[in-house]
Design a protein around this ligand. Structure first.
Ligand SMILES: NC(=O)c1ccc[n+]([C@@H]2O[C@H](COP(=O)([O-])OP(=O)(O)OC[C@H]3O[C@@H](n4cnc5c(N)ncnc54)[C@H](O)[C@@H]3O)[C@@H](O)[C@H]2O)c1
Ligand SMILES: O=c1ccn([C@@H]2O[C@H](COP(=O)(O)OP(=O)(O)O[C@H]3O[C@H](CO)[C@@H](O)[C@H](O)[C@H]3O)[C@@H](O)[C@H]2O)c(=O)[nH]1
Length: 434
């Protein structure tokens, strides 16, 4: 099939490369000339395992890139992977997607036959029907559901495993307008090689567009909520001297609970959980519903970094002292610091007058844009040297392997927010939730 993907960021690039890998002819369209030039040269600016080799293998063959939206005229399906950032009140900013729809609609005017537009961006239920379809109809001069279709097909990939998450999904969600069989048929056609590669073992949820949009939010909010719940339990466990990780392992054996996403600690960050919980809360408020539990999920998450700082203060007053912060990325395997718990940790340390020595194997550059005046050490050992306390914020494997480095601290106080450091003799070790 001939497929265009509008937006070549985190999602668009891996979707485009994977669709090419599945045998489709794909054109990636982005307004950023550097991204397009890189993709055309077989390179990707995004670090994702398995992505580089796929882009390199297919560029110039089944994968092309361009800044010209006219390329979508030659395709059967257009995936939309444009960003939906957060506005100040927490609601989503749809302006980039709206502008993208205008670009797409202008080209739809010149397409022949039925074309399917598939929204992969995360959008609030109703936005497709009320805001995006009208733009497509107006700019194309065509009627949705007749001359072209619009579907919602949310993406569930995680950073660090985007390629395998796409190619081996837990589920596919096809949200289509009632009665638009062509949309459904075309979506099945796009994913047919993926389903075949998984021995036909991929559940496909066929539903309405609003439901599909809500599935994406519900999925993310449920996972963020699961972590907040285990964090809340962990905080209580800590006060009772109970090891919350043993408790989590035990409750995870109950199939109804499941063992994943039960790692308690300093909380969740990233480009999606914070944005999507905020967006759903704002959307609920906008229709007159105050979402008590969603608010609590965020409150618990906001509280964890402060609890970590309080634990440190039980052992040392950070004012004027060198304090190491190990880990700046929102999770291991990425240099992304969006929503990272390291941000409130650093802010809290600075408020308390500490000298912060931060280390991350790949994310220091990004954090330096936010906090240019703190020290960025070249290694964890350098950050720890002469420090009077250390806070472990990201569960990079290399922190588990640290040993002698703790001996270089002025006082060996470690508050672990990720259960990654082994407690040992000589170390005053505090687990955040255990
Ligand atoms: N990042 C993730 O892991 C992830 C996972 C699942 C879903 N999502 C959702 O997918 C959507 C995209 O997220 P992302 O992280 O890939 O965003 P991103 O910011 O990384 O990428 C968006 C890209 O769109 C390009 N762009 C902007 N306007 C354009 C236009 N008119 N035409 C063509 N290109 C244009 C930008 O230059 C950018 O490269 C969001 O709604 C997000 O919530 C993200
Ligand atoms: O047991 C756990 C699991 C995760 N986290 C934290 O949760 C955050 C998010 O982690 P993860 O979900 O692995 O990363 P993302 O790449 O943000 O992926 C989420 O957000 C994506 C964008 O919407 C979705 O597509 C994915 O399904 C969803 O997992 C990180 O800060 C993790 O440290 C914990 O604290 N404890």
């Amino acid at each position: 099939m001939d497929i265009s993907v509008v937006g070549s960021g985190y999602v668009g690039t891996s979707v485009a490369a994977c669709l090419a890998d599945l045998g489709h002819r794909v054109v990636a369209i982005d307004i950023d000339e550097d991204i397009v030039a890189a993709l055309d040269a077989g390179e990707t600016p995004i670090h994702e395992p398995g992505l580089d080799e796929r882009v390199a293998a297919h560029a110039g063959d089944r994968l092309h890139a361009t800044t010209d939206h006219a390329a979508l005229r030659e395709t059967d399906v257009t995936f939309v992977a444009l960003q939906t950032p957060t506005r100040e009140d927490g609601s989503i900013d749809l302006s980039v997607v709206e502008a993208g729809m205008q670009d797409i609609g202008e080209e739809l005017a010149a397409t022949e036959g039925y074309h399917l537009v598939v929204v992969k961006s995360t959008v609030i239920p109703g936005m497709v029907e009320e805001r995006l379809v009208p733009i497509l109809e107006e700019t194309s001069g065509k009627r949705a559901g007749e001359e072209f279709g619009v579907a919602v097909n949310p993406e569930f990939q995680s950073q660090g495993s985007a390629v395998t998450d796409f190619l081996e999904p837990d589920k596919l969600v096809f949200g289509t307008e009632d009665g638009d069989d062509r949309a459904l048929e075309r979506l099945h056609g796009v994913y047919e090689p993926l389903v075949a590669a998984n021995d036909e073992d991929v559940p496909i949820v066929e539903t309405g567009r609003r439901e599909a949009a809500m599935v994406k939010y519900a999925n993310n909010v449920f996972l963020a909520g699961k972590i907040s719940l285990i964090n809340e339990l962990g905080n209580v466990c800590k006060e009772f001297g109970v090891d919350s990780y043993e408790v989590a392992d035990a409750i995870g054996l109950d199939d109804r609970i499941g063992e994943r996403f039960l790692r308690s600690g300093v909380g969740w960050g990233g480009s999606c959980f914070p944005k999507d919980t905020d967006a759903l809360r704002a959307a609920a408020r906008s229709v007159g519903y105050d979402p008590t539990l969603l608010n609590a999920i965020v409150d618990v998450n906001d509280r964890q970094p402060e609890r970590m700082l309080e634990l440190l203060e039980r052992h040392v007053d950070p004012a004027g002292k060198r304090i190491a912060v190990l880990g700046l990325a929102f999770k291991p395997g990425t240099d992304d610091i969006r929503g990272s718990r390291a941000t409130p940790i650093i802010a809290g340390l600075l408020e308390r007058g500490a000298d912060v020595a931060a280390y991350d194997p790949v994310a220091a550059g990004a954090m330096a844009e936010k906090y240019p005046d703190i020290e960025y050490a070249d290694s964890a050992a350098d950050a720890l040297r002469d420090a009077e306390g250390a806070l472990v914020v990201t569960d990079w494997d290399e922190f588990a392997a640290l040993d002698d480095a703790f001996g270089e601290m002025s006082s060996q106080i470690v508050v672990d927010g990720r259960r990654i450091v082994e407690p040992r003799e000589g170390l005053t070790y505090e687990g955040l939730t255990w």
